[in-house]
Design a protein around this ligand. Structure first.
Ligand code: FES
Length: 175
């Protein structure tokens, strides 16, 4: 996914701020640094990987390896709507993987990615505490229980309708 110029600048500045004062010899700080960048930006951009690799004098491929090893890290900016599929035990037993496949198919992305229009991103999370409603999906902060592939279509459709209405509302206000 291509970043905008603004995103690139923010990524560089944020990484530099976080790296400032971090001992170059202390490679134990590599993961905490990446975590802080992710906390601030919501993902770890490529430019961060390069800067972190430089800072600790390790090959960039090693930093990439760390990021892909731990699935807490995202490589792309999160979408405007973050779809989180619960993979806790209850949801897993009730077919969370089928729900994951349904979202991946509909959005044409895989877990950890963001759609090209930046509208949706997909991720897997641990139990969100609503096990009686399994399988569960959280969209932004809203919990949706008893998910089925058909409900995935319904939710997407409802979201698109809301978006359209909001657009029309804005257009009316501008008139
Ligand atoms: S396992 Fe999914 S909400 Fe608990």
């Amino acid at each position: 996914m291509k970043l905008t110029e603004e995103e690139k600048i923010i990524a560089v500045e944020t990484t530099q701020q976080i790296l400032a004062g971090v001992d170059r010899q202390n490679r134990g700080q590599l993961i905490p640094v990446l975590q802080k960048v992710q906390e601030k930006l919501g993902y770890v951009p490529q430019v961060t990987m390069e800067k972190v690799a430089n800072h600790f004098a390790v090959p960039a491929v090693d930093v990439y390896g760390v990021i892909t090893f731990y699935n807490q890290f995202r490589l792309t900016p999160p979408g405007k709507n973050q779809v989180k599929i619960c993979m806790g035990t209850a949801c897993h037993m009730r077919g969370a993987h089928i729900i994951q496949e349904a979202w991946e198919r509909r959005l044409n992305i895989t877990v950890g990615e963001t759609t090209r229009d930046r509208e949706y991103s997909l991720e897997r999370v641990a139990c969100v505490g609503c096990c009686t409603m399994a399988p569960v999906v959280v969209i932004n902060e809203e919990v949706h229980g008893k998910m089925t592939p058909t409900r995935v279509d319904g939710l997407l459709f409802a979201h698109q309708l809301d978006k359209q209405k909001a657009k029309e509302g804005n257009a009316d206000n501008e008139q």
